[in-house]
Design a binder for this molecule. Sequence first.
Ligand SMILES: Cc1cc2nc3c(=O)[nH]c(=O)nc-3n(C[C@H](O)[C@H](O)[C@H](O)COP(=O)(O)O)c2cc1C
Length: 210
Amino acid sequence: MNDEKRLHMPLGEAIFSQRSIRKFKPDPIPVEDIHTIVEAGVRAPNGGNRQVGRFLVLTDRKKIHDEFGPLYYEAWWAKRRDEGHTWTSLEQIPAEDKSHRAAAQLASEMKDAPAVVFALAMNNGPANSVIPACQNLMLAARALGIGSLPTTLHPSVMERFRAMFKIPADVAFHFCIPLGYPRGSFGPNVRKPTSETTFLNAWGAAVPWK
Ligand SMILES: Cc1cc2nc3c(=O)[nH]c(=O)nc-3n(C[C@H](O)[C@H](O)[C@H](O)COP(=O)(O)O)c2cc1C
């Protein structure tokens, strides 16, 4: 079956039930699903159709577990230090700070993700050369029942990250997107009402809905 036909979940269902999935079952992702996911990614709009975006797909479980997982953990905690937090373990993050706790949990569990996609750009292309592709990719994953989320790394690990995957110096790293079947459920996600975030014809002018 071609990739288009494999994505039969209604677009509305995929978009409205999409949320960041950070807890993954250990089950591997079939290669045909990975193929469909990246095919959906490359269909996205990109500047001048120059197609500088590149995906590096990591499915080597030993490499994820022993090399990338620990690097991601280190990067996540380095970002917290940059933010001025003094926590050094998940247990120290206040219970009410659910988003940091969830992200810290992912930092600990990244090593067990069945697959990770790195979104890169040739000629040191900017993030906007891969962002639409990443969103397409994550929606396609959603349609296949596969959870994902965009995450980043930290300057302190970049040299080792590049060496780990032999990424050339003129290839920019933008996002790392773990993929896996969720432990738990998809959506709904929580967003501000569009009546608050959208204006009609002029800044501040109300839209005709609540
Ligand atoms: C550019 C970008 C970077 C992100 N980086 C991280 C990250 O490093 N770790 C993480 O756990 N979540 C990360 N997220 C996910 C957001 O935290 C998440 O989308 C947001 O909290 C809304 O939650 P939801 O997607 O479940 O609705 C990132 C999202 C974006 C768009």
